[in-house]
Design a protein around this ligand. Structure first.
Ligand SMILES: [Zn+2]
Ligand SMILES: [Zn+2]
Length: 282
């Protein structure tokens, strides 16, 4: 007997969204999200040529990218966004401040969103921008929703707001920056003014801050976490990973990965096969 829920799934057809970090760090950031019906990017911080190379490594034709959403105007997130969008025929989205800082023309070149405005990718996937504090930038985190499941993309922020934490709770997948190790930053080569800026409210998250946020928001629904935007000078993958695991090991049984700068290494999946989902619901 087929109930309306199954009908709805059958009607939707697509129930998984593949999430692949194409690379992450101060030299560039981009994540591709792919379902049967839509391909979209969050951030486009590499050259168009490099973006195309990295997309091809995961079997995606750049002209299949429908939408590109940009978190903020810093080059490691926005570098080739307009050029790539125009070349591939994709829609470009950012908030007005980012568009103005980039010199993008609203309507003709970029669709602007306001904080908490839902951006509809298609009939089953939408993205909500959440404002986050970051120096000299109107930065946003993104919450991607598909068929009742959610994934988060959170990078470049000095601290998490209550609003952001509220949205992170219940996410199945969380991509979040874990930028620096406090001790390494303090002992490292940067001038004091830069150290203060990185560790201040408008800077980046330390490993400890990221781990503490995750401790607050991870639930049994959280299946995968990607730590990203690690500083090459002030961090190391094992430090970021161990700090996070220390805080969440007793509440998180999922997959913890680290996105590096060199290219796509892994794919996570949001959503489940219809049969599994139906079984759980019945
Ligand atoms: Zn950045
Ligand atoms: Zn930034």
């Amino acid at each position: 007997m087929i109930d309306s829920f199954i009908d709805r799934l059958a009607c939707h057809g697509v129930v998984v969204l593949e999430i692949t970090h194409l690379g992450s760090g101060s030299s560039g950031n981009s994540v591709v999200y792919k379902s049967d019906e839509a391909v979209f990017l969050i951030d486009c911080g590499f050259s168009t040529k490099q973006m195309e190379k990295r997309l091809s490594l995961v079997g995606i034709n750049p002209s299949d990218v429908n939408d590109i959403l940009i978190t903020h105007h810093h080059a490691d997130h926005s570098k080739s966004a307009l050029k790539s969008a125009m070349k591939w025929g994709a829609r470009l989205h950012s908030n007005l401040e980012t568009a103005m800082r980039m010199g993008w023309q609203p309507i003709t070149e970029v669709r602007t969103f306001a904080d908490l405005d839902r951006v509809e990718i298609n009939h089953e996937i939408s993205v909500i921008p959440i404002p986050v504090p970051h120096n000299d930038a109107e930065n946003v985190a993104f919450i991607i929703s598909m068929n009742g499941q959610r994934a988060a993309y959170v990078t470049d922020l000095g601290e998490a707001t209550d609003e952001l934490k509220k949205h992170l709770k219940g996410c199945s997948h969380i991509s979040i920056e874990s930028n620096y190790d406090q001790q390494k930053l303090m002992d490292g080569p940067y001038p004091d003014s830069l150290k203060r800026r990185i560790s201040g409210r408008g800077g980046h998250l330390s490993n400890l801050q990221t781990a503490s946020i995750l401790q607050e928001v991870v639930t049994p629904l959280t299946k995968s976490i990607v730590l990203c935007h690690l500083s090459e000078k002030n961090n190391a993958p094992h430090l970021a990973e161990s700090e996070t695991l220390m805080k969440i090991h007793d509440i998180f049984q999922g997959d913890l990965s680290i996105s590096g700068s060199l290219g796509p290494d892994f794919t996570h999946v949001l959503g489940v096969a219809p049969s599994k989902k139906i079984r759980r619901e019945v």
